[in-house]
Design a protein around this ligand. Sequence first.
Ligand SMILES: Nc1ncnc2c1ncn2[C@@H]1O[C@H](COP(=O)(O)OP(=O)(O)OP(=O)(O)O)[C@@H](O)[C@H]1O
Length: 354
Amino acid sequence: MSDIIALDHVDVTFHPEKNQEVKAVQDVSLHVAKGDVYGVVGYSGAGKSTLVRTINLLQKPTQGRIEVNGTVLFDDQKQQISNKELQEKRRKIGMIFQHFNLLDETTVVENVMFALKHSKLKEKEVQAKAEKLLDLVGLSDKAKAFPAQLSGGEKQRVAIARALANDPDILISDEATSALDPQTTNQILDLLKDLNEKLSLTIVLITHEMDAVKRVANKIAVMEYGKIIEQGTLHDIYLKPQQELTRQFVGGSLAAIDTLRAYNLEQLSASQRLYQLVFSAKNVGESVIISLYKECGVDVSMLYGNVEVLGNEPVGTLFVIVEGTDEQHAKALKYLKEKEIEVTQIDDRGIWHD
Ligand SMILES: Nc1ncnc2c1ncn2[C@@H]1O[C@H](COP(=O)(O)OP(=O)(O)OP(=O)(O)O)[C@@H](O)[C@H]1O
């Protein structure tokens, strides 16, 4: 799959006052493939919004290269297309925000129609399109309501319909679920996932909530102090977080670390090894521990176990101590590999320790 967004070596530096410098984004490269739901996570102030606003040049970078949908928008410290072209490109990048940004004085359907004011469609066609979009986001019955009469989730649905008005290829969601309760958050995230699949919409999702990313994203970048400190597939970032901050975001792994620290793992004998086993959906139900004993002769004690749903797929994680001879260990590893279970040996200096 080709990249629909390619940010390369992007810097954004602000000078809020004379002699003051805020390096909000520093040497960030981010490549988003068509059809990705790319989660950008990090604490407040990490630079997520600033970075993502460079995608449509709402924020011009200080340095770096921005290419979107095959067009270079920014390079050599300057905009590479005319303002008019940029405006057209921007219409193909929808945005939704935490506070919805609806026009309070106009109805729901008019809010969506407003986004089509530049289109070549006739008034009737604009209205028909807005109604169709409201139907797509499940809000047909609220077309004539005013924003003040809607719940937070409904307001966000209007904002999504409006963001889709110009048939964008990309949707940027900047903390769009942060003001919503957990159940409504999940409904909005499921809607985004549905739109991603139905419309082949590429989504960049900025959030400080790992659960949101876990539910819908296929890739993640973790930001801290203006830099991406870790990026990869949801599966890899979630199950093998390398950086302390990533581990903090990945709740499941924190629980695993706490549990492992409660054991005195320095006391493993020469014949014992600590492994992390990761099961995908197809083998999550297998009785691996018993099979390892039966097939390979090793003793297996379980320290920690958990099943997470990543995207729609259950993924199981076990931390086990396997005890046996070198030969038995080799046999056990071969067996696990055949079963397509990912195995990581964790040593005393391993990733789960300070
Ligand atoms: N226009 C600006 N002028 C000066 N500094 C800015 C400007 N915009 C952002 N910053 C600073 O850049 C840094 C990154 O801000 P940014 O909003 O991108 O972070 P964020 O990760 O999106 O956090 P949040 O979720 O709180 O918005 C912060 O230190 C912020 O104060």
